[in-house]
Design a binder for this molecule. Structure first.
Ligand code: T1G
Length: 710
């Protein structure tokens, strides 16, 4: 008898229940259990209909991803679904939580689907670099139509119960007065028990015939997918599979789907995206702050600084139902900050992505003040003022006197020493860095900077808070630039030195967008504002003799007032009202002049050198960060770069990428660059060790987690 799937009878309805926490994934045990329970239900003469339901937080959330890449164990999911579909008795899927991937495919194998009002249905496989592999690409188009199925499968985004009903994906959404989902599903099953013939999704043809009359459907989908996927292949395989549903009979379409997923699952792209999936979940686990570590409630938050960052942070909290007060020195600053917040919400409402009522609720949670007395009762203060140490220490000194003793004092600094800031208070254990990324209401990453005195409760509270406000929290230690900005500095340095030596901004950017970045380093500088880095560099000492200064070209552009998009000229020029970077001969002349002044004879630079120097500088710095314990895991570094710096997810992040290239090869190239370009390329001892031992960053993470890799 299966531990994870049970069978019981309720009058003439047989109830098959999956109970395999945390998300009822279709492990071998669940697949086996489903078959056994189904056979029981079919064999029971008094059972006229069957309900398939799940215990716990959700309906089946897909195949068991931890089984990928391992030798397949029967029964195969497709066979379980085929048995379901061949049932002589009606089968009703009772969906709550998220019916995802193989879970929705199981439901599509049933004759009917009944959903709870807050249920979601989707086929997110593309986000794992694969495609639905148990009939989803063949059955969903038959049920909801080819265009909508393409959209759902290529985006991987779920739909809510109401939309699923409108699409015909579910037959019934449980009303308030119908009681709980299971009772409603049993009642529905009793209602259809004698209805024949049994509806089978595989038999539906209307939508398929309609699509046959739209031959350009798939070419258009491929064109859109290519534009969006930045080199990812999974969306294209999804389209191929759905096209097979239109071009081929059902069973041949299923066979084509299986061929495509077999290909996809072995791809580096899918291994990268599966790494990203688990890396994001691993990041939440802090070895010395185990689940159950006490946390403090965060119901009221104050944000110091009503500028762009402060406003975005306020929206992130208000979006998650938490009250916020924006604080600034003068009323006009506060009003301006609140005004920008309302404008942002209004534009979201105008795009139909937020209701007016929800906007009003969120705006209602955000207050503004110039009085620091309003800080006396908050649970958390986040300081988001100008990046200057003296100012921050002065502010934390005030907060220390004003705020409740158990309040958390956080700084949004992106580079400065959190320990030094904490030392300006009498409660360094209550001080932590909460480094948001702009726009803070959109960017998912939250670098949580643990000071040497920060308490476990404050760490646990901050990690939980990150999840509560829809962020991916990654715990990092204190060093200049923490994880993300410290590696960004190395990456940006090489991009600028390559430009001094002979490359052009458009060549450097093309290499990185070719890897899958949405933007290269030069276009990103133009977006962020070249003047931002220029002002910071002016306050910093120049590099020691023998070490080249990478900021020379950017400084020259800034001195000429070319700040980037905001001045329609930076590394690129921009037509009025356009954000499209256009190569500018004037910049080529400026670069040539700077190279001459630096005594550099410009020469052609290969794309490979640009890729290697940009990536390997990042990886080398990442290895140093790991060696110093600033990051707990290499996978945390990947999570930082994917959620905060636009690293292409289908490459897995810089450290995963390094493992795919091979650490020995990277270390050898770094030694060459060290010989050619000096101590900025000093190899990380950790990287050297792993390379010499033929190991990977993944094996290091596994070793540190005390698990055997694979
Ligand atoms: N397999 C194995 N483990 C899974 C899992 C899965 N499908 N989904 C979640 N987990 C683990 C996760 O690692 C974590 O573990 C715990 O469950 C809670 O997850 C044939 C081939 C369902 C929306 O892509 O999107 O079906 O860290 O922290 O925020 O066509 O999990 O606690 O040890 O994310 O409440 C398709 C993936 C698979 C859905 C819940 N399905 N999961 O979110 O919890 S491919 C998916 C999710 C497929 C078929 C193909 C989310 C969730 P731990 P969590 P959550």
């Amino acid at each position: 008898m299966s531990e994870v799937v049970t069978f019981e009878k309720r009058a003439a309805v047989g109830i098959v229940t999956v109970d395999s926490p945390p998300v009822n994934a279709l492990s071998q045990a669940v697949r086996q259990g489903l078959l056994e329970a189904l056979e029981k239900a079919l064999a029971a003469p008094d059972v006229k209909a069957i309900v398939l339901a799940c215990k716990g937080r959700t309906f089946i959330a897909g195949a068991d991803i931890t089984e990928f890449g391992k030798p397949p164990r029967p029964p195969e999911l497709g066979a379980v679904i085929a048995r379901l579909e061949a049932s002589e008795k009606p089968v009703v899927a009772a969906i709550h939580g998220t019916a995802l991937g193989g879970g929705l495919e199981v439901a599509l194998g049933c004759n009917y689907r009944v959903a709870a009002r807050d249920a979601k249905c989707g086929l997110p496989e593309v986000k794992l670099g694969i495609l639905p592999g148990a009939g989803g690409t063949q059955r969903l188009p038959r049920l909801v139509g080819v265009p909508r199925a393409l959209e759902m499968i290529v985006s991987g985004d779920p739909v809510g119960a109401a939309t699923a009903k409108d699409l015909g994906l579910v037959d019934h959404v449980v009303r308030e007065d119908e009681g709980d989902l299971l009772s409603a599903a049993v009642a529905f099953a009793e209602k259809v028990a004698s209805r024949r013939p049994l509806p089978k999704v595989r038999d539906l043809t209307a939508h398929i015939e309609k699509a046959r009359a739209q031959p350009d459907l798939f070419d258009k989908a491929r064109k859109d997918a290519k534009a969006k996927s930045r080199g990812g292949q999974a969306p294209l395989r999804c389209i191929d599979a759905v096209q097979a549903a239109v071009d081929l009979p059902f069973d041949q379409g299923l066979k084509r789907e299986r061929e495509l997923i077999a290909e996809a699952i072995e791809s580096t792209e899918s291994k990268a995206l599966r790494h990203v999936f688990f890396a994001e979940r691993q990041a939440a686990k802090i070895p010395d702050v185990p689940p159950g570590t006490p946390t403090t409630p965060v119901r009221k938050v104050a944000i110091l600084g009503a500028g762009t960052m402060g406003g975005g942070i306020a929206m992130a909290f208000a979006n998650s139902g938490i009250d916020v007060v924006l604080v600034d020195r003068e009323a006009p600053f506060v009003e301006k900050g609140l005004g920008i917040i309302s404008k942002n919400y209004a534009s979201t409402v105008s795009k139909g992505r937020l209701s007016q009522a929800e906007m009003d609720a969120r705006v209602g949670r955000i207050g503004g003040t110039t009085s620091w007395d309003d800080l006396a009762e908050v649970d958390l203060v986040i300081e988001a003022v100008f990046e200057e140490m003296g100012l921050k220490k002065e502010i934390f000194g005030h907060l220390d006197k004003l705020c409740r003793k158990d309040a958390i004092l956080a700084t949004n600094t992106s580079t400065l020493d959190v320990n030094e800031i904490a030392r300006s208070t009498s409660r360094p254990e209550q001080v932590i860095g909460l480094h948001f990324f702009s726009p803070a209401n959109v960017m998912r990453l939250l670098e949580i900077v643990r000071g040497e005195k920060t308490s476990r409760t404050v760490v646990a509270t901050s990690m939980k808070l990150a999840k509560d406000i829809g962020k991916v929290g990654v715990l990092v230690g204190v060093c200049y630039g923490f994880v993300g900005n410290r590696m960004l500095h190395a990456y940006g340095r090489e991009a600028q030195l390559l430009i001094q030596e002979g490359a052009l901004p458009q060549q450097v950017d093309a290499v990185l967008t070719g890897l899958g970045f949405a933007m290269g380093p030069c276009a990103t500088s133009d977006l962020a504002g070249i003047d931002v880095g220029w002002r910071i560099r002016k306050g910093q000492p120049k590099p020691p003799p023998g070490e080249r200064y990478s900021g020379a070209v950017a400084d020259r552009l800034a001195e000429m007032g070319r700040f980037g998009q905001k001045t329609s000229a930076g590394f690129y020029r921009y037509e009025a009202g356009s954000r499209t970077p256009l190569p500018d001969p004037a910049v080529e002349a400026i670069i040539a002049e700077v190279s001459r002044e630096l005594g550099i004879t410009r020469k052609p630079i290969e794309d490979d050198e640009i890729l290697e120097r940009s990536m390997y500088a990042m990886v080398n710095e990442g290895a140093k960060i790991l060696d110093e314990g600033i990051a707990l895991r290499a996978s945390d570094i990947d999570t930082v770069w994917i959620n905060g710096y636009g690293f292409p997810p289908h490459r897995g992040g810089p450290m995963f990428y390094a493992d795919t290239v091979g650490l020995a090869k990277i270390h050898a190239r770094i030694l060459e660059f060290f010989a050619r370009h000096g101590k900025v390329w000093t190899p990380s001892p950790l990287l050297a060790r792993l390379a010499s031992e033929g190991r990977t960053f993944a094996s290091l993470d596994a070793q540190r987690a005390g698990v055997t890799p694979g």
